[in-house]
Ligand binder design. Structure first.
Ligand code: WQD
Length: 337
């Protein structure tokens, strides 16, 4: 079975391609290389022994998307990662985010709907919950007004898919709301490749640990949490990737309860920034250089998943601990330098 993975050379996309190939699927990757490097294709191939079909394509070009689907009309399903994802950047450049994250989703959906079997997995984010009122967060938690254009594109994306499924009963979709993906494949052949100064915590920690960065700035320790720093649910990217294959199989096997389903993907455990730093110090056996500075605008205090639905309905559970994920991130950083 041929599966399309858009953004398949990105961080989560590449790890998902590996798990799809490990499960026997033929994979076609579309990536515009705006936030990924072609070397990732080599990394994937070195792990699985099969080179996925790769098509460099800008999904904002509607005619090119149409031509792609004409050629690859035997696609059985699609996992859609392609999107810009830097929260801060989206605040400064909203129109780029709406064009790149929304138009592309619409063009892919329009073409997928024309195919015989359309099974669609959407890369969503816990960011749609904003600061949830109750922890852990279930899929029933209210969707709050987005704190950034990036977060809004995830919310709007889910609305677009839900409305499409509403009028097309034979179009099946699952939205996966990620918490905080971290780590890298054990082979260290693929991992997170932040371009420029990392926005996210773990790559900034490992770059500081390796000496690329002077010190980590901890964005505030005056939050109403046990140690004053923000709490998140850090999930190993390979656990996350495996969940995508399981979700896709659910649709391919017609096991879905409705033609639009949503699942939170996290470990169910919250970790503070200081606990993540301690995890790094344990796995690297070295002290991390950091200082506490003022809060970062838009940060929620706490977000960690209630994983009951994914565990019971999807039959998936994260297996790796924070230290496992941190160890893989550190190993990956050491291969980069
Ligand atoms: C985690 C914690 C920071 C960097 C965002 C998006 C989410 C997803 C993941 C794309 C926070 C603190 C961070 C630093 C710090 N993105 N921190 N110093 O903000 O939870 O989620 O990235 O899909 O949608 O919203 O992740 O890693 O940026 O921050 O203290 O240098 O680490 O304040 O508490 P976040 P993050």
């Amino acid at each position: 079975m041929k599966i399309l993975v858009t953004g398949g050379l990105g961080f989560i996309g590449s790890h998902t391609v590996v798990e799809l190939q490990n499960s026997g699927y033929e994979v076609v990757i579309i990536d515009d290389l705006s936030n990924a490097s072609i070397e990732v294709l080599e990394g994937i191939t070195s792990i699985t022994g099969q080179q996925p079909i790769f098509v460099k394509l800008d999904l904002k070009e509607k005619q090119e998307v149409r031509a792609f689907f004409k050629k690859h009309h035997d696609i059985c399903g699609a996992i859609h990662f392609a999107a810009s994802k830097a929260v801060g950047e989206s605040v400064g450049n909203p129109l780029m985010y709406y064009e790149n994250n929304i138009n592309t989703l619409v063009y892919v959906l329009q073409e997928l709907k024309k195919l015989e079997s359309s099974n669609f997995i959407f890369s969503s984010s816990c960011t749609v919950y904003g600061q949830a009122d109750v922890m852990p967060i279930t899929e029933k938690a209210p969707i709050k007004p987005a704190e950034s254009p990036y977060g809004n594109t995830k919310k709007i994306g889910e609305d677009i898919i839900r409305d499409t499924c509403m009028v097309s009963p034979d179009f099946k979709a699952i939205a996966l709301r990620y918490f905080n993906p971290i780590g890298a494949h054990d082979s260290a052949a693929i991992g997170e490749l932040p371009i420029g100064v990392p926005q996210n915590l773990v790559p900034f920690i490992t770059q500081t640990g390796i000496g690329m960065r002077e010190e980590l700035s901890v964005f505030g320790n005056d939050y109403p949490t046990p140690d004053g720093t923000c709490i998140r649910d850090y999930i190993h990217v390979v656990d996350l990737a495996k969940a995508h294959v399981i979700a896709l199989q659910r649709l391919l096997n017609g096991e879905n309860d409705s033609n639009y389903e949503v699942f939170n993907l996290g470990t169910g455990t919250g970790s503070s920034v200081l606990e993540v730093i301690e995890s790094f110090e344990r796995v690297s056996n070295q002290k991390l250089n950091y200082k506490v500075v003022e809060r970062r605008k838009g940060d929620v205090i706490s977000a960690y998943a209630d994983t009951t639905k994914a565990n019971t309905v999807l039959g998936w559970k994260a297996e790796s601990s924070l230290d496992d994920a941190m160890k893989s991130a550190w190993k990956w950083q050491n291969t980069l330098n």
